[in-house]
Design a binder for this molecule. Structure first.
Ligand SMILES: NC(=O)c1ccc[n+]([C@@H]2O[C@H](COP(=O)([O-])OP(=O)(O)OC[C@H]3O[C@@H](n4cnc5c(N)ncnc54)[C@H](O)[C@@H]3O)[C@@H](O)[C@H]2O)c1
Length: 307
């Protein structure tokens, strides 16, 4: 069945520009009514401006879709409540959330201020709690919901100078792991998108040159990421707990994996020398798997043959 969201309502945060705009436009193209949230600040989270969100609403309407603007701050518990309320008041329901809004305050750990840490964690990670907390009663009541949170390889893999951002982004993986279990019996699917795209956030990073900007605008267009988000927001997506990497002509999956490890009879004791001797087997992930839940790994552990 083709991917469609006819009659459904999606909330996309940070949708006034960049990747969020592409997600909102593509969701609307697939039939969703969209709450276009954006507080319109700078890359580092300063200032505010209502116009980016309204412009995207105008674009969606010009293309024949339906959308409303919201200028709330995703770091605010109350503003996120109002985003969910706006969806219900305007369209009578809320089916999908894309937690996409984000800022950067890149600085190495030894120079990072408490404010740089707190603000980045608030905008990225607390946003996800705020949105899930307010949408969850709606999702449970209607026994349906789709959530996509914007993570990053900066945290899932690592990137120099982004301790605050990387910590917030990889924490979303842990949040997903729990939310996917709590949403399971309510048909709520929770997934992550790890995008790569030419936006104002990435265009001024070290290593970019103006000469390759035109090429970057084509091959790294946010439009190449949006189809994965639309699919994960649709009723057709029945997967939960998956982090999809999408960037410049490649789709793939990033996962936290667990290996078989080395088991031993714990009636005996293995010391640090034993750990050193077995280190390569303990850390070998060549046959590792991404487990569904802690219970699964605990059961596997109890069932494992003692080495
Ligand atoms: N561009 C990439 O390659 C890339 C890579 C990995 C992850 N991401 C993530 O994707 C998301 C979108 O990034 P982008 O590249 O489109 O950046 P962008 O700066 O173009 O867009 C981010 C939008 O979020 C809005 N925003 C920021 N803080 C907000 C707040 N508190 N409340 C409401 N809106 C707020 C901004 O006004 C802006 O319009 C971010 O979460 C980012 O961390 C982007």
């Amino acid at each position: 069945m083709a991917v469609r969201l006819d009659g459904q309502v999606a909330l996309v945060t940070g949708a006034g520009r960049g990747l969020g705009r592409a997600y909102a436009m593509d969701l609307a193209k697939h039939g969703a009514k969209v709450i276009v949230n954006d507080f319109g600040g700078s890359v580092s989270g300063e200032g505010s401006d209502d116009t980016p969100a309204q412009q995207v609403v105008n674009e969606i309407k010009a293309a024949g879709g339906d959308a409303v603007a919201n200028a709330g701050d995703v770091g605010s518990y109350e503003d996120c409540f109002n985003m969910v309320k706006q969806a219900i008041d305007t369209y009578g329901r809320l089916d999908a959330i894309v937690a996409n809004a984000g800022i950067l305050r890149d600085v190495t750990i030894h120079n990072m201020s408490e404010q740089d840490w707190d603000l980045v964690i608030r905008v990225h990670l607390k946003q996800c709690y705020n949105l899930l907390r307010h949408a969850w009663p709606v999702f449970r009541q209607q026994a349906y919901g789709r959530v996509v949170m914007a993570t990053s390889t900066s945290g899932l893999i690592g990137n120099f100078g982004q301790a605050n951002y990387g910590a917030a982004k990889s924490a979303m993986y842990g949040l997903m792991n729990v939310a996917k279990l709590e949403g399971e019996k309510y048909n709520v699917m929770v997934n992550l998108i790890s995008p790569g795209a030419a936006t104002r956030m990435t265009n001024n990073l070290p290593g970019q040159t103006n000469t390759d900007q035109a090429e970057r605008d084509i091959v790294m267009a946010p439009d190449h990421v949006a189809p994965a988000v639309t699919y994960m927001c649709s009723p057709q997506c029945l997967e939960s707990g998956v982090a999809i990497e999408a960037s410049g002509g490649r789709y793939g999956r990033i996962a936290f994996v667990r290996n078989e490890g080395v088991t031993y009879d714990p009636h005996g004791f293995k010391d640090a020398d034993w750990v050193q001797a077995n280190w390569s087997k303990i850390t070998d992930i060549s046959a590792a798997k991404a487990p569904w839940s802690f219970r699964e790994t605990r059961d596997e552990h109890y069932a494992a043959k003692k080495a």
